[in-house]
Ligand binder design. Structure first.
Ligand code: PMP
Length: 303
C-alpha cells in the first residue's frame, strides 16, 4: 500500500520525499517560473482545461517554452492525481498544480523544470470563514501594476501579496489582505478575487489589474444563469463599505462571504453571512461541482 504522495519531476514520477529540484533552479533563484492550480471536488478534477489555458498564457507572457503541449500536460496531471487519490479520505480533496521554471542557471538549454504535484486542501484552517465571513483589510502595499509586471500572469513570485498579508496579519491575524491597485481601486487578495453586490447587481474589478480567476469566471457564468447582472468595473473601498454583500472567489474558497471591510460590517449591520445573492451563488456552485462546497468546510469546524 502506497504511503506517500508522488510528484512528477522532469520526466519521472517519484515519491515526494525523493523529489528534487536544483539549488540553481531559476524558479528558486529569481521566482522565474509560472504555475497554475486547480482542485478536485469529490476527487474529480475541475476545469483542468481552463487552468491549462491560463498556464500556457502565463508561459507565453514569461517566454518559457514548457517543451510539451496542453494534451500531454493534462495527461501527466491526471496520472499524478490518479496515483495520489488513494491516499485521500473520502471527504478531502486536493489542490493539483503544474509548475514550470525556466530551468537551471547555466543550463537553460537543457530545458525547463516541470513539476506536477497534489496537496490536500486546508478545509480545517478556513472553516470558520464560512460561518463568520472573512475580515478583509486593505494594506498600504499596492498590487503590482501592469506597467511593472502583469498581474494577469500567474508567476512564481508572490512577494507583493506576501508583504501585503504580513502587514495586515500583524494587525489582525485573522484578516485577509485585499490589495488596492495603484489607482486606489480594489484589485485582489493573495489567491482570491473580490466581488460586491449592490441593489441586486454584482460588481467585480476589471481584468487588467488582477489575475482572472477561473472561479471568478465560473461565478460570473453562474450569475448569468441565475439572471443576476454582473458588471466588471472600478470599485474602491467606499463601494465595499456601502455594499449590500461582498465575497471572494478562488479555487479553494470557491465563494466565501466577506463579513467586514477595514472593520466596517458589510451589509445591513447584523453581520450575518452569507447574504442572499452570495447564498444563491454558493448553492449554484455546489450544484455545478456536485458537492456542497460550504458543507465541506463547515464539517471541519472544531475538528
Ligand atoms: N488572484 C490571485 C493573485 C491568485 O493567485 C488566485 C489563485 N489562483 C486568484 C486570484 C483566484 O484564481 P482562481 O479562481 O483561478 O483560483
Amino acid at each position: 500500500m502506497q504511503k506517500e504522495r508522488v510528484a512528477y519531476v522532469n520526466g519521472e514520477i517519484v515519491p515526494e520525499s525523493e523529489a528534487r529540484v536544483s539549488i540553481h533552479d531559476l524558479g528558486f533563484l529569481y521566482g522565474d517560473a509560472v504555475f497554475d492550480t486547480t482542485r478536485t471536488f469529490g476527487h474529480r478534477i475541475f476545469r483542468l482545461r481552463d487552468h491549462l489555458d491560463r498556464l500556457y498564457d502565463s508561459l507565453k507572457y514569461m517566454r518559457i517554452d514548457p517543451g510539451l503541449g496542453k494534451d500531454e500536460m493534462a495527461a501527466l496531471t491526471m496520472q499524478v492525481l490518479g496515483a495520489n487519490l488513494p491516499l485521500l479520505d473520502d471527504d478531502d480533496d486536493y489542490w493539483v498544480s503544474q509548475r514550470v521554471s525556466r530551468g537551471v542557471r547555466g543550463a537553460t538549454a537543457d530545458g525547463p523544470t516541470l513539476v506536477i504535484e497534489c496537496f490536500p486542501l486546508p478545509f480545517e484552517e478556513r472553516a470558520a470563514s464560512y460561518r463568520d465571513g472573512l475580515q478583509v483589510v486593505t494594506p498600504s502595499v499596492r498590487r503590482t501594476p501592469p506597467e511593472s509586471m502583469s498581474p494577469r500572469a500567474k508567476v512564481h513570485n508572490y512577494i507583493n501579496m506576501v508583504q501585503a498579508n504580513m502587514e495586515v496579519k500583524s494587525q489582525n491575524p485573522d484578516a485577509l489582505a485585499m490589495l488596492l491597485d495603484t489607482n486606489g481601486n480594489i484589485a485582489e487578495g493573495m489567491g482570491a478575487n473580490f466581488f460586491i453586490v449592490r441593489d441586486g447587481v454584482i460588481f467585480t474589478p476589471r481584468e487588467q489589474h488582477i489575475l482572472a480567476g477561473i472561479s471568478r469566471k465560473v461565478t460570473i457564468e453562474l450569475a448569468h444563469e441565475l439572471a443576476i447582472e454582473v458588471r466588471e468595473a472600478d470599485i474602491d473601498p467606499y463601494d465595499a463599505y456601502t455594499a449590500d454583500e461582498a465575497f471572494v472567489t478562488s479555487t479553494s474558497y470557491c465563494i466565501c462571504p466577506v463579513a467586514s471591510f477595514n472593520g466596517v460590517t458589510v451589509g445591513d449591520g447584523d453581520g450575518d453571512v452569507p447574504g442572499p445573492v452570495t447564498d444563491r451563488l454558493q448553492k449554484a456552485y455546489s450544484g455545478l461541482v456536485g458537492i456542497d462546497i460550504v458543507g465541506q468546510y463547515l464539517a471541519r469546524l472544531g475538528s
